[in-house]
Design a protein around this ligand. Structure first.
Ligand SMILES: C[S@@+](CC[C@H](N)C(=O)[O-])C[C@H]1O[C@@H](n2cnc3c(N)ncnc32)[C@H](O)[C@@H]1O
Length: 225
């Protein structure tokens, strides 16, 4: 457990809130550290995200609605406590599965009764699915924690049917820093997917002092070839 995680002290909620953003802003691609962090935060995650006016779940549900009909099977990759699943459910989606590395977050997601299945798994390892049983996949607020997004995107395209859609977000400060335009274009050139849309930067955590209008979210949607 890292020092930052130890600051998640139940007796000091204000201190906890003060200390979380620095880790959040910095991020990590160490899966074990990330799992510890989100396990420790799971109980109060929804409350904090609500305080920070987290907009991504609603945004992605509205985006998906333009391309994916509500009976389609969707995988929420990095579902966490289920905020995006809840938004999809409210938008009418009925066949949603979730996968995440944080078992404690998955327990919270399970309590929502919006997921037909939930699985604990590290997205930095090959995905534990044979065949392409999904019509769509969302990955929201997760890619900060992934070292090799190109490999993960290829895995996403392996498990989503041709013609299906993959929607993901990346922080505006990491989009260019981690070569997302190149990665998206390379996979298009390789005939893996077709890019449908890259959004302008959108409000992400507008009421969090570290993010506010400095770090926004860029949403992309690609169609599997
Ligand atoms: C900011 S939260 C977003 C959760 C959810 N998508 C949402 O919008 O509220 C990031 C999530 O990514 C998950 N995550 C990060 N790295 C992961 C990995 N390597 N494998 C699986 N899940 C991961 C975390 O456990 C956490 O639940």
């Amino acid at each position: 457990m890292t020092d930052t995680v130890r600051h998640h002290d139940a007796e000091k909620p204000e201190t906890k809130k003060e200390n979380q953003p620095s880790w959040l802003k910095e991020g990590s691609t160490d899966s074990e550290e990330v799992a510890d962090f989100y396990d420790t935060w799971a109980e109060t995650y929804d409350e904090h995200l609500k305080d920070w006016d987290y907009r991504a779940p609603t945004y992605v549900a509205e985006l998906l609605k333009q391309y994916v009909s509500t009976e389609q099977a969707i995988l929420d990759a990095g579902c966490g406590t289920g905020l995006a699943g809840k938004a999809l459910h409210l938008a009418g989606y009925e066949n949603i599965s979730g996968i995440d590395i944080s078992a404690t977050s998955l327990n919270k997601a399970d309590q929502l009764n919006v997921y037909s299945s939930l699985l604990a798994h590290d997205l930095q390892q090959p995905l534990p699915f044979h065949g392409n049983n999904y019509n769509a996949l969302i990955c929201i607020g997760v890619l900060t924690y992934i070292e090799n997004c190109q490999s993960l995107f290829k895995e996403f395209c392996r498990i989503v049917k041709p013609g299906g859609h993959i929607a993901f977000s990346q922080r505006s400060d990491l989009f260019d820093a981690r070569n997302f335009p190149d990665t998206i274009a390379t996979l298009e050139q390789e005939g893996v997917w077709e890019n449908i849309k890259i959004s302008s930067p959108q409000a992400y955590l507008p009421k969090n002092k570290d993010f506010s209008d400095k770090v926004q979210a860029i949403f992309c949607i690609c169609k599997v070839v």
